[in-house]
Design a protein around this ligand. Structure first.
Ligand code: ADP
Ligand code: MG
Length: 682
């Protein structure tokens, strides 16, 4: 069997422990490893002279070992290993903390590259914790891989080198030769070598171009194939005479113009024979749920079922409440199905669905997708789509033939990105907020202001308002550490700054029933202050909450901060967002400044895309959006339209990629689309 596709633990040097870490990154085989691309490269092509190097700026220096100083054991658990080197004119000292390995490997008289930041004065310069490699056989552009706990770039480089050897004994290629020639793309095997072990910036550039091209192409092929299939199928068309004026009459508010317009467009789609495939994009709080309810009412009046799916239980529950509030006056029954629905109840609901008792079914994705039959499914609505990704969308298209589909996304996505990710969808934007909303005032401050911020929050609570304290400590929310951190944090504020208030705690590891209880307590104002991890990020609606304080705000992407901030500002009362950070990094501070400057989700999204690439919009490693695209988006927009053209061209001749020269492409597309859900596209 081809070594590339064997389990990664069969590679020399990869034990069970390391394999587990790779698995976390979605890497299961040496093949996967080859597609784990460097985040950046350390550039050794232009080494500087020590005398010319500025302090505090990372530089590469070409130097020879003069002297190895004796290790210094400063105190328990803290030792220094120092090596004096010279670039031929000036000397400096390399300092390694607690790590003897590089120190031990370095030999007097031999030449090395050292990379790091210099400090110290004219006479005694030091480079702290440098990266070191021998100049002989050095990688002049040394890959640095996305960081993961316990997996260093050096380990990955070693493992990838081996995977590249496997590749050489069985080279791979996805793109047809004709296309490679027409678009001047290098081969895949060559590109993989070059991206992991580039010999020159030019070679690296052409490899990246080729890989980005391929990823974009596959993505576009997939979405276009979906679109094509949907267009070739038919859905039940509803009646244009359908009257939902009683829906409008029963609403507790009147729709904004943007909402009205969206409802019109959607209802027009529902009346067509071609299945609707529409993305409803609206900034947080723009009122997408009411639009969804209108569409559900329209569908129900046509005797058809609507399914509304949410990514989390909390959201499903909340939608259940809202939809019931909006639809019950019309006599439209709603049912809720989530992971915590009891088996007996679930059976009854399923039965009810089968008998057509419930025109509107709300639930979590996982549950709805499983073995439920909808006798007259007319419309499928997915909320907060970015959590699901393209594959899930594809999977659902299969469900109940081709129903009309409405996707709602609260993450404003830049148009360029939307065109790719939602290439199979038509897009409607809710670009207006309900009347009377005040822009949220946002402040980015250091931890030194925490007490003042708490004082401010107490004032708001005293005024009868509510607040959130978000305290996820590490990027990936709801890990054990985060939960513990949140628990400790909650204890601290409960006994300290907020001893006189009702404090609640919400995190992702809680049982669904407990989560629901806490959310309900928050909604009914039995809790003043909710300490939480980022589980509140999506969709949670408590209009009386007016302050959100976010700890370690610098660790979040802008899009995510915007989502979090959207938990307040949901009524006509002035709301506040306090971003706490102790980061001194300029980029972190600049990002937070953007948050203070604008509350326009689309502007923030554009900025986030520019700063962090598209990964952030979709959550890590679960978005179906491959990493290489980042490069494409940041530096190479023409590539987007070029690949779109190429995809259209291929599909025009071979809609299902059945031709022999297109088979590898087909396999690759299926693989990409199957990553998140099963049977994405087959
Ligand atoms: P999102 O678009 O973020 O999903 P929601 O649908 O949760 O927003 O709506 C946010 C809040 O605004 C809800 O409390 C909802 O009842 C309210 N709302 C929606 N539309 C209007 C409107 N036209 N006028 C006043 N309030 C509205
Ligand atoms: Mg919502």
């Amino acid at each position: 069997m081809n070594e590339l596709y064997r389990p990664i633990e069969t590679m020399p040097g990869v034990g069970e422990k390391r394999a587990a870490k790779y698995h976390k990154l979605g890497i299961f085989t040496p093949y996967d490893l080859l597609f784990h691309f460097p985040r950046t490269y350390i550039d050794y092509t232009h080494p500087v002279m020590i005398a010319d190097a500025e302090n505090g700026v990372p530089v590469a220096v070409r130097c020879t070992v003069r002297q190895k100083l004796a290790p210094a054991f400063v105190r328990r658990g803290f030792s220094l290993f120092r090596v004096v080197v010279s670039d031929g004119i000036t000397e400096m000292t390399l300092v390694f903390y607690n790590s003897p390995y590089t120190y031990q490997a370095m030999k007097p008289g031999e030449e090395y590259f050292a990379y790091g930041k210099l400090s110290g004065g004219f006479l005694r310069r030091e480079m702290q914790a440098p990266q070191v490699q021998k100049t002989e056989g050095a990688l002049l552009l040394q890959p640095v891989y996305p960081q993961t706990v316990g997996l260093t770039s050096a380990m990955m480089r070693t493992n990838i080198l081996r995977a590249l050897q496997y590749l050489d004994s069985a080279p791979i290629e996805t793109l047809p030769r004709s296309m490679r020639e027409r678009c001047q793309l290098c081969g895949l095997t060559e590109a993989l070598h070059a991206v992991h072990r580039p010999e020159s910036p030019q070679q690296l550039e052409s490899a990246r171009y080729r890989l980005a091209f391929e990823e974009l192409l596959l993505f576009q092929l997939g979405t276009l194939m979906l679109k094509h299939r949907a267009a070739g199928s038919s859905a039940v068309s509803m009646s244009p005479q359908t009257d939902i004026s009683d829906f409008y009459a029963a609403l507790p508010f009147s729709l904004t113009n943007a909402q009205r317009h969206a409802v019109e467009v959607i209802c027009r789609d529902l009346c067509a024979e071609k299945p609707m495939n529409r993305l409803l994009q609206g900034d947080v709080g723009s009122g997408k749920t009411a639009v969804a309810a209108a569409a559900a009412a329209f569908t129900a009046k046509n005797g058809l079922q609507t399914v509304l799916m949410a990514p989390t239980e909390i959201l499903a529950q909340q939608h259940m409440q809202t939809m019931t509030e909006f639809l019950a006056p019309l006599g439209i029954e709603t049912a809720l199905l989530t992971g915590s629905t009891k088996a007996k109840q679930k059976r009854e609901i399923k039965q009810g669905i089968a008998e057509g008792k419930y025109p509107v079914i709300i639930g979590t994705h996982a549950v709805i997708q499983k073995d439920i039959e909808f006798p007259s499914l007319g419309l499928v609505i997915t909320d907060e789509q970015h959590r699901f990704g393209v594959a899930q969308r594809a999977a659902l298209a299969e469900k109940g033939g081709f129903p009309h589909k409405l996707v709602m996304s609260a993450t404003p996505i830049p148009r360029t990105l939307a065109l790719i990710v939602y290439g199979d969808l038509d897009i409607t934007v809710l670009d207006e907020m309900p009347k009377g909303r005040l822009p949220i005032r946002t402040f980015a401050v250091t931890g030194g202001y925490r007490d003042r911020a708490y004082g401010f929050i107490r004032e708001r609570l005293d005024a009868g308002e509510q607040a959130y304290l978000v305290c996820a400590m590490i990027e990936d929310s709801d890990t054990l550490e985060n939960v513990q951190a949140a628990e400790t944090y909650a204890e601290n504020v409960k006994n300290g700054a907020f001893a006189d208030y009702r404090v609640g705690l919400l995190h992702g590891k809680m049982k669904p029933a407990d989560k629901e209880a806490v959310m309900n307590a928050m909604k009914s104002h039995e809790i003043d202050l909710l300490v939480c991890t980022t589980v509140v990020e999506v969709g949670v609606d408590v209009p009386n909450a007016t302050v959100i304080l976010i700890e370690n705000a610098d660790r979040f992407g802008l899009a995510q901060l915007h989502q979090l901030r959207g938990r307040v500002g949901r009524s006509n009362v002035q709301s506040y967002c306090i971003l706490l950070t102790d980061s001194r990094r300029e980029d972190a501070r600049n990002r937070l400044k953007i948050m203070s400057r604008t509350t326009n989700g689309f502007a923030i999204a554009e900025e986030d895309l520019r700063l962090r690439g598209p990964g952030d919009f979709f959550g890590h490693a679960q978005h179906g959006m491959p990493p290489m695209m980042q490069a494409a988006f940041c530096s190479n927009m023409p590539l987007v339209s070029e690949t779109q053209e190429a995809a259209k061209q291929i599909l025009a001749e071979d809609p299902e990629l059945d031709q022999p020269e297109n088979r590898p492409l087909r396999t690759a597309v299926l693989q990409l689309f199957a990553k998140n859900g099963e049977n994405g596209l087959n």
